[in-house]
Write a protein that binds this ligand. Structure first.
Ligand code: 3Y8
Ligand code: NAP
Length: 249
């Protein structure tokens, strides 16, 4: 029998969950449990880690999973690595659903950096007002630069962050170019730091930066192991259908 695991946490994963529910395909959605109240999904949902690649492999067998779709964020590299290893060991077909990286257009002033450390190094020497829209996991190296003022945007409150040279804004995407443009003007932002997440849900700040002529320090995606990858929900459904013959369903 066909039973699909969707590794979620992105707009595309939610779109896939909707399509699987509409197609009455037996599927389960998985969140890491990174935020307090993740978006509800129209299919059964589990929350929390599996316990590494070995834990995922055991879970796939226990739950009789026939297909895995890795629809996690491009920066969720550890989950993607674990999915490749676990599916190979379990002999379960794996497909990644991934959106293309953003490409600079006319009017963009982007500085590409390889990682968080590169982004910190790319900040100017003189005091700047930096919109740090990379979530909460990697803000410490930036906040150590006390000459700058930071605007952080987080999904959940961060009581552990004592920010005397900045401000924490609590908001969950997707965002709009209009609201992000107003946000940057209100706070007199001079630089934006972002991950090259791709997709529409996080793009607003890049559109706002273009409109305001502000520089963007853009962090490249981490390398993930080679695996079959598609860019649309339709291709995932076809992949599941294509496997129908194998499963005699
Ligand atoms: C827990 C589950 C959907 C999914 C919506 C997308 C769009 C809105 C934009 C900014 C950038 C950032 C962050 C962001 C966006 C979507 C998508 C996306 C960026 C939720 C969600 C979970 C998470 C985890 C969270 C991280 C953080 C990253 C905030 C749900 C809302 C910065 C990534 O507080 C924390 O610890 C937050 C942690 C991982 C990155 C980080 O390192 O801090 N996402 N985001 C998932 C889980 O538990 O498995 O409630 O929907 C999902 C979404 N966030 O279905 O509509 O598809 O990318 N998420 C980045 O792109 O840089 C915000 O502020 O401009
Ligand atoms: P990560 O660093 O790649 O993964 C760290 C560990 O978190 C994994 O080894 C796994 O734990 C657990 N995990 C991650 N995603 C999971 C999922 N969908 N279901 C169950 N367990 C999961 O992951 P991350 O970057 O922290 O991302 C966590 C979640 O937030 C993912 O759902 C991702 O799609 C979403 N997200 C991340 C970003 C980002 O910027 N990183 C942006 C938007 C959304 P075990 O090893 O114990 O199995």
């Amino acid at each position: 029998m066909r039973r699909v695991l969707v590794l979620g946490g992105t707009t595309e994963a939610s779109q896939l969950a909707r399509a699987l529910a509409d197609a009455h395909i037996d599927a389960i959605f998985s969140y890491a449990g990174r935020v307090a109240a993740p978006l509800a999904q129209p299919i059964p949902t589990r929350v929390g880690g599996f316990g590494g690649a070995e834990g995922l492999q055991a879970w796939l067998a226990a739950e009789h999973i026939s297909h895995v779709v890795d629809a996690t964020h491009p920066f969720a590299a550890q989950m993607s690595r674990n999915a490749v290893a676990a599916c190979a060991a379990a002999g379960v077909p794996l497909l990644a659903l991934e959106r293309p990286a953003w490409l600079a257009q006319a009017g963009d002033d982007w500085r590409h950096v390889a990682d968080i450390e590169g982004a910190v190094a790319a900040l100017p020497a003189q005091a700047a007002r930096v919109f740090l829209a990379i979530g909460r996991q990697h803000v410490a190296p930036f906040l150590a630069c006390v000459q700058h003022w930071f605007l952080l945007r987080l999904v959940d409150p961060a009581p552990e962050l004592h920010l005397d040279h900045g401000e924490v804004l609590r908001a969950r995407g997707p965002f709009t170019a209009e609201s992000d443009t107003r946000l940057m003007q209100t706070h007199g932002i001079t630089h934006i730091v972002a991950k090259n997440a791709g997709g529409a849900g996080a793009e607003a700040k890049l559109l706002a930066a273009r409109a305001l002529g502000l520089p963007v320090i853009l962090i490249d995606r981490p390398v993930v192991p080679a695996r079959a990858t598609v860019g649309s929900v339709a291709e995932v459904l076809a992949w599941l259908g294509a496997h129908r013959a194998d499963l005699g369903v």
